[in-house]
Each structure stands twice: as structure tokens, then as C-alpha cells.
Ligand binder design. Structure first.
Ligand SMILES: *Cc1c(COP(=O)(O)O)cnc(C)c1O
Length: 384
């Protein structure tokens, strides 16, 4: 009956039921590597060894599957460990069509690790489903999407790309880290798997790494459970508990992130020192209509162009409340420089190709009082 309950109710209750032995309302952290067996071949409740399964982890997987509307979820030690697990579902000779503006670490792993194992990748601008269509090959197993993209805020029509991919026998996986399931649910739009770095909005407090893949089919769930056991890049019970704690407030956090994000985007768009602002919630965003149709909110990820590396450095040095740091999705406002930080690995040529300039600054708007964030940005922009 889970699907009939509201999002916040599911976030707080699914997988989060009181513990049967003591009634503990908080899910216990099962800090154990192994489990006593009553007799040979009779593990209690099926628990044998913690790489294979752990009750805290099980609860988190149940919770995240519910939030994304999947049948199961599998959690890993980081977002990149989830990307790795996804790649381990493939074999030599498989081909992937991927967006050309992904989180920097993802193409780094595809190109510098997976390519060595005979998996090939074609990167296209997925804003136009025709580009995906043109890149599909007979051996294309997956289409790998991020929407909105990091840091250029380009959107992909998940339903349209899913149609094109499915017609060619390929599955679609969406990295939904930027939106969280509160604002976007790719499985409902036709995608086949959803991936998150839980490090970001799902945990929400910048205090733990994690990754998840949410599945639509039993085959995917079984394949990924086997990969957890066989490869071992699992999430620890402590981190699983942190995320279970974090998701309880996901809905209220996302609402505030979104309100603050809209205010900051409008402020930046009107600021004379800012050359351009990329935010799907602005009517000026070329894909604003798609954002309204596909997402339930616009979130708090904003990229703005200061015009030069020198200007970006000045702003980033002058901020006081906004914290200069990589990462995103925490309650605190984080500000970063994609060209030298998250997207250094793709090189100047790669950045030029997708339109990522040296003057761009990315901000993950937190849930502080928005007037304080605006005042901080205003005084920092005065340094230009
Ligand atoms: C951070 C991030 C990742 C990688 O996750 P880690 O938890 O840092 O390993 C993948 N995709 C997106 C969109 C991210 O923001």
C-alpha cells in the first residue's frame, strides 16, 4: 500500500518502522560483521555476513526504493561506488550512450577504468533525443543521463529519451542526485534505474558519503545484490543510519532549498556584475517548460558566470557565509568553481566543448535565512 501514502510519510515511515525487540523508534545501527547461526545452514532471518546483508542497510534500501517508486534499492559506499556497481552489470563489448555533461568523476571512471575492460562510450548532448537516437548501436546496453546537468543545468526529457532507448532495446539509467526523489522521479517517467550520490541531498547534512541504485526489475535487484556481495563496495551501517536520519527531513529541506534557490537565482539574474545565470526555474532558461513538466520543483543548484577566472576567484575569496567547497545538497550553502574543482579532470578542451567557462561559479543554495545568503553574495560580488 506504500504507493498510496504521501512522500513525507513514506520518507519517515517506510523502512523506518520501530525495531521489534525494544520498540526503538530510531533504526538501530547494527555494528556487526557477522551473525550467529543456530545450527549448520540455518542463519537467523537469513543474515550471515555483513558484506552480504545488514539490517540497517536493508532498512535504508527499503526506504529509498519507496521514495523513488522502485521495487528495490542497493546502497554502496559512495556515489562513485554506485556508478562502479552499475558498470559491473556490463560485459566487454557493451556500449553506453552517455550525456556529454556529466558529474566529472563519472566520465573519468568510464574513460580511464571501464574503457580498459572493453566497454565503449559515446557522449552526446542529450537535450535532443535525436542525438541519443543517432548514437545508439546494436550493442548499446544503457543510456546514462543526468538531468539537470552539473554545472550547466541542461535538461534531458527523460520520457522522450526512454522511448528512443527502449525501441532499440537499451535501458535508461538516470543520476538523480541534483533533484532528489522529492523533485524528480525518473522511474515514473519511463527510466529503468535511478542512481544517486546520497552524499548530497538524500543525506543532506554534509557528513557522510554514500550511493544508491534504485531498481525497476527483479533482475536488476538480483544482479546488484550479487555485485554488493562479490565486489564489496557496500555502505557501512553507520552511514546507512545517517541517511535514514537525513531522509526524514528530505521534503521540508527540499521545499526550503527550492524557495531559497529561486530567490538567489532571481537576485543573481538582476545583478549587474553577473553575466548570466543558469537555473531551470528562471523563465529565461531555454528548457524552463520541460523543467515545469518533468520536475516537481527547481531545486537549489545554480551556476552563474562572473566573466573571468579572476572575477570568479575574487567572489570565492570574499564569501563569508557561503562556504568554498566541493559537493552540494547540504543544509549549508556551498559555492565552488567547476573549471578548477569538479570539472578539472575533463580538461580545458572538454570544458570548452560543453560551454563550461572559467568564470562560472556554482552554488548549492542551503537552507539558511535567504536574506543572509543574498547579502553575502552581494558583498562578494562587490569584490569584482
Ligand atoms: C557527487 C556526485 C557523484 C559522485 O558521488 P560521491 O558520493 O562523491 O562518490 C555522482 N553524481 C553526481 C551528480 C554527483 O553530484
Amino acid at each position: 500500500m506504500a504507493e498510496h501514502k504521501g512522500f513525507s510519510t513514506r520518507a519517515i515511515h517506510d523502512g523506518q518502522q520501530p525495531e521489534p525487540l525494544t520498540g526503538a523508534v530510531g533504526v538501530p545501527i547494527y555494528a556487526t560483521s557477522t551473525y550467529q547461526q543456530d545450527e549448520l545452514g540455518k542463519p537467523r532471518l537469513g543474515y550471515e555476513y555483513a558484506r552480504v546483508s545488514n539490517p540497517t542497510r536493508d532498512r535504508l534500501e527499503e526506504n529509498l526504493a519507496s521514495l523513488e517508486g522502485g521495487i528495490a534499492a542497493r546502497v554502496f559506499g559512495s556515489g562513485m561506488a554506485a556508478v562502479t556497481a552499475f558498470c559491473q552489470m556490463m560485459k566487454a563489448g557493451d556500449h553506453v550512450v552517455a550525456g556529454d555533461n556529466l558529474y566529472g568523476g563519472t566520465p573519468r571512471f568510464f574513460n580511464q577504468v571501464m574503457a580498459k575492460f572493453g566497454v565503449t562510450f559515446t557522449y552526446v548532448d542529450t537535450r535532443d533525443p535525436a542525438n541519443v537516437q543517432a548514437a545508439l548501436q546494436p550493442n548499446t546496453r544503457y543510456v546514462y543521463l543526468e538531468t539537470p546537468t552539473n554545472p550547466l543545468m541542461a535538461l534531458t526529457d527523460i520520457a522522450a529519451v526512454s522511448k528512443v532507448a527502449h525501441a532499440a532495446g537499451a535501458e535508461v539509467i538516470v543520476d538523480n542526485t541534483f533533484m532528489s526523489p522529492y523533485f524528480q522521479r525518473p522511474l515514473e517517467l519511463g527510466a529503468d534505474m535511478v542512481l544517486h550520490s546520497t552524499t548530497k541531498f538524500l543525506n543532506g547534512h554534509s557528513d557522510g558519503l554514500g550511493g544508491v541504485i534504485v531498481c525497476k526489475t527483479k533482475e536488476q535487484a538480483e544482479a546488484l545484490a550479487f555485485i554488493q556481495k562479490a565486489s564489496g563496495a557496500i555502505l557501512s551501517p553507520f552511514e546507512a543510519w545517517l541517511i535514514l536520519r537525513g531522509v526524514k527531513t528530505l521534503a521540508v529541506r527540499m521545499k526550503q532549498h527550492d524557495l531559497n534557490g529561486r530567490r538567489v537565482a532571481e537576485f543573481l539574474a538582476a545583478h549587474p556584475k553577473v553575466i548570466s545565470v543558469l537555473y531551470p526555474g528562471l523563465a529565461s532558461h531555454p528548457q524552463h517548460e520541460l523543467a515545469k513538466r518533468q520536475q516537481h520543483g527547481f531545486g537549489s543548484m545554480i551556476t552563474f558566470d562572473t566573466g573571468s577566472l579572476d572575477n570568479a576567484a575574487k567572489v570565492l575569496k570574499a564569501v563569508r557565509i557561503c562556504t568554498l567547497a566541493e559537493s552540494l545538497g547540504g543544509v549549508e550553502t556551498l559555492i565552488s568553481h567547476p573549471a578548477s574543482m569538479t570539472h578539472a579532470a575533463i580538461g580545458a578542451e572538454g570544458r570548452a566543448k560543453i560551454g563550461l567557462t572559467d568564470g562560472m561559479v556554482r552554488i548549492s543554495v542551503g537552507i539558511e535565512d535567504v536574506d543572509d545568503i543574498l547579502a553575502d553574495l552581494d558583498q562578494a560580488l562587490a569584490a569584482i
